[in-house]
Design a protein around this ligand. Sequence first.
Ligand code: HEC
Length: 285
Amino acid sequence: MRFHGLLLVVACLAFAPLRAELVLRPTRTAPTDLEVSGPFPSGRTNGFLTRDQLLALPPTLATNAMDTAVKSRAVYRGIPLVQLRSLLGLDERADTLFAVCSDGYAKAFEADYLAAFQSLLILEINGGGPETWGKSKLTGLEMSPYYINAADFAPRAGKSVLDLPEDLHFPYGVVRIEFRTAASTVDRLRLPGTASALAKQGRVIAVRDCLACHGHADFGGTMSGRPWLLLKTWSSNTNYFRRYVVKPKSIQPTSRMPGFTHYDPAVLDALQAYFRELKVGDLPR
Ligand code: HEC
């Protein structure tokens, strides 16, 4: 699987220079348009791609033996995000992207993740367009208009933190892709060198598991309505913080936050240490 997917991506990249750069539309023309933002060479910082523009690109196919949202085997037709980035005239300096969903969930794809997992912007699942996708079997949320998954699904060795393997990113209901840099986003959530090793592990977990709903400044998700620094505030209330993370419904019966029931006490210690050691003054506004 790993090798097969790689060959397809290489083939597509080889074609990329022959194609005209994707031309962004200044305004949305249809609900199926994908919004993109980034430091584009034209000087634009934001624009729209139509589904037809994306369908005209050379397709990459990948098979997922068990798609967690579809709850079955799924064959994807899509565009590798690395390729989309270069067709938009950006290079690896735009090393971090955020997939923003209609409900304000915004998943960060960090620098080397895109290439390792060969993340795909999916246009068709099992031959069907978004009108056939329905709702995620995991959360009941609408999967259209765009879905991102991968062509390679194996977590990388050496990326586990406190025995938690890195997670597969598969946001659905994606409406916008932001091409950013680590320096202007996730790196700004780092702790000073003097912070404890536990807190630094906690940071990796927090960026992976919390940032998509609890953003900071102009990056990360807005879905929770509770930004990053509010988590810092709650982290000093050990009982509330830990219970909320593991079983939010035990505190707030109507909670929309997923419970992190698989966290062991060491992971909760690390998360708490991160938020406690984070200094508000060190963070950008
Ligand atoms: C899929 C979205 C989502 C993710 C991921 C998520 N949260 Fe939340 N969180 C929410 C929402 C929504 C709320 C607001 C209240 C509710 O619905 O539970 C919330 C509320 C909270 C609260 C309570 C805040 C308050 O004002 O009472 C804490 C604490 C919290 N989250 C911590 C975390 C931590 C730590 C992580 C990562 C391990 C995390 N959350 C990941 C969606 C999320």
